[in-house]
Design a protein around this ligand. Structure first.
Ligand code: FES
Length: 84
């Protein structure tokens, strides 16, 4: 472990070198990443940027957690469901 953390909904999440945000969240036992797409809950699924199931807000911008490298000081949050 690098000893560094980012925040996920205000909770410090440790990460190792070369980990993505999704990898660090999964290793920390966090399986729900938020509202997700369509009827599916947000989660770590394909791991290659294809399914969009892992979209989270990273410093206020929607990004795939499985493609985004973890960096110290990031503020990551779940994205709330959108009402039709
Ligand atoms: S897990 Fe499929 S795009 Fe990230």
């Amino acid at each position: 472990m690098s000893g560094q953390t980012f925040l996920f909904d205000g909770v410090a999440i440790p990460f190792a070198a070369n980990e993505t945000i999704a990898m660090a969240l999964d290793r920390s036992g966090i399986r729900s990443f938020g509202a997700g797409q369509g009827s599916s809950a947000g989660r770590y699924f394909c791991g290659i940027g294809a399914c969009q199931a892992c979209i989270v807000a990273v410093d206020g911008i929607g990004m795939e957690a499985c493609l985004t490298p973890a960096r110290s000081g990031l503020r990551v949050t779940r994205i709330a469901p959108v009402s039709p």
